[in-house]
Design a binder for this molecule. Structure first.
Ligand SMILES: NC(=O)c1ccc[n+]([C@@H]2O[C@H](COP(=O)([O-])OP(=O)(O)OC[C@H]3O[C@@H](n4cnc5c(N)ncnc54)[C@H](OP(=O)(O)O)[C@@H]3O)[C@@H](O)[C@H]2O)c1
Length: 298
């Protein structure tokens, strides 16, 4: 049994993960921007450099998921600051508190995104040793990972999961993707040729558990399903499962650019990302293909 503090434990991934960790017998606490009566929930305020000390002194592992939603709002310059600070400053605050309070931290496990490789459409299969891209999302991931790796520099086992689109039965991106298709007005986006690296929430949370329990896991891993699927393939697969025809032409790129601005890039571009490194550790996916994921959903 390990004592595990989860930042962003109230979010989509966090809720699922906390439940799984508890079921496996771990003692789980969360770090949140909201104060609650729950004795297992601690408070932090990143702008004020504040964390309840007990959150840090009483933990073996930190899982750092907190961050403002990347696709929640248009990327204005104010929003960009929030997206960066909620990840980079929060990691830096955790690091400074760990240095100050000196708990016997056994590991720091952090989220990152496959946006690290840059938003571009190509046939290249990106793996963990590839360079980062230069666009906004790649820059966030680079800064975020650099901050997380401060823990590694202190000889604390550090694992970073570069995560693809997380598919969950409830909430997250899938609800938004499925809505128009269910209504019979779905269509592929832009060229439809952009890849959409994805992972089921079950597999992602199992990967976090593995990162805690398997001490040989160390460093950066892509958290994506082995299947490489394009936006067109993804859209067709959903339409097949919800039994709706796809009759509309692709949604033109310029429409998304007008509606979403710079944020549209995450829908319009995408490359293949390799899952080989995590598979080489012995990790087995429950859902390697979208067909497998949707079969349990419908
Ligand atoms: N879901 C995906 O498809 C996906 C893909 C790639 C990477 N990721 C990364 O994985 C992490 C977790 O994702 P998720 O989908 O579970 O996110 P989520 O549902 O949006 O939850 C994130 C949590 O972070 C905290 N948070 C929100 N805004 C914040 C801010 N401005 N400053 C500090 N904390 C803030 C919130 O917790 P409190 O309100 O309790 O503080 C929230 O519950 C994120 O860092 C995300 O970028 C997710």
């Amino acid at each position: 049994m390990a004592k595990i503090l989860v930042t962003g434990g109230t979010g989509l991934i966090g809720k699922h993960l906390c439940k799984l960790l508890k079921n496996r017998g771990h003692f789980v606490t969360v770090l949140s921007r909201s104060r609650t009566e729950n004795p297992l929930s601690f408070y932090w305020n990143i702008n004020e450099n504040y964390i309840d000390n007990e959150a840090i002194t009483n933990t073996d592992y930190i899982i750092h998921l907190a961050g403002a939603g990347i696709a929640d709002k248009r990327w204005t310059s104010a929003r960009k600051k929030i997206l960066i600070n909620s990840r980079v400053d929060s990691t830096n605050l955790l690091f400074r508190k760990v240095k100050e309070l000196n708990p016997t931290l056994k590991g720091f496990i952090a989220a990152s995104g496959i946006g690290y490789y840059g938003s571009l459409t190509s046939e290249k299969v990106f793996s963990e040793n590839d360079n980062s891209g230069n666009d906004f999302l790649a820059t966030i991931c680079k800064l975020w990972e650099k901050e997380s790796l401060s823990f590694q520099n202190e000889n604390i086992r550090t694992v970073i999961l570069r995560t693809g689109i997380v598919l969950s039965k409830k909430g997250g991106a899938l609800d938004k993707i499925m809505k128009p298709i269910k209504l019979g007005v779905g269509a592929a986006i832009g060229s439809g040729k952009q890849f959409m690296p994805w992972i089921s929430i079950e597999d992602l949370c199992n990967m976090y558990v593995e990162a805690i329990e398997n001490k040989t896991i160390n460093g950066i891993y892509n958290a994506v399903a082995p299947e490489h699927i394009t936006n067109k393939g993804f859209t067709k697969t959903i339409a097949k499962f919800v039994k709706k025809p796809l009759w509309l032409p692709n949604i033109p790129s310029f429409v998304l650019k007008i509606v979403l601005g710079e944020l549209s890039i995450i829908l319009l571009e995408g490359s293949r990302v390799s899952s080989r490194k995590i598979e080489n550790t012995g990790f087995k996916f429950k859902h390697s293909t979208l067909n497998s994921f949707f079969s349990q959903l419908f």
